[in-house]
Write a protein that binds this ligand. Structure first.
Ligand SMILES: [Cu+2]
Length: 139
């Protein structure tokens, strides 16, 4: 009987351990520094995570930021966009399940260079991403 219990525990561990061990949370700060070299930016502005991980976008000041993904892997079927974040400490989080390359920006500060990129699992091969416009159209 001991050997059967060992076998059951062994296979349960193999089955459950990866999903329990791998899901992580990452934080990307939305930073305003109007007198600095870079007035508005994401920190970090590039990040590699694994499928199932969550990214928390954290507003670092009482200023208006948001997050919209304008390049996503082709398998993503819905627009990925957070609400306006106006208060220091406000967060918006998203769990990424589709592997590939992503680009995002903040609407109010896009022209000022507030952009970032994300790799989920592995970078997309050439031609495996699509663009998303501000109306949610994908091409
Ligand atoms: Cu911004």
């Amino acid at each position: 009987m001991k050997i059967i219990r060992f076998i059951v525990v062994f296979f349960l561990t193999l089955t459950l351990a990866p999903s329990l061990a791998t899901a992580k949370n990452y934080t990307i700060k939305e930073v305003s520094d109007p007198t600095g070299k870079k007035p508005y930016y994401f920190e970090p502005d590039s990040l590699t995570i694994q499928p199932g991980d969550t990214v928390i976008f954290l507003n670092s000041q009482d200023d208006m930021h948001n997050v919209m993904f304008d390049v996503v892997p082709k398998a993503v079927d819905a627009m990925i966009m957070g609400p306006d974040q106006t208060k220091k400490g406000s967060t918006w989080s998203y769990t990424f399940t589709v592997a590939g390359s992503y680009h995002f920006h903040c609407h109010p500060h896009e022209a000022l260079g507030m952009k970032g990129s994300l790799i989920v699992g592995h970078a997309s091969a050439s031609g495996d991403t699509k663009n998303v416009d501000h109306d949610g159209n994908m091409n």
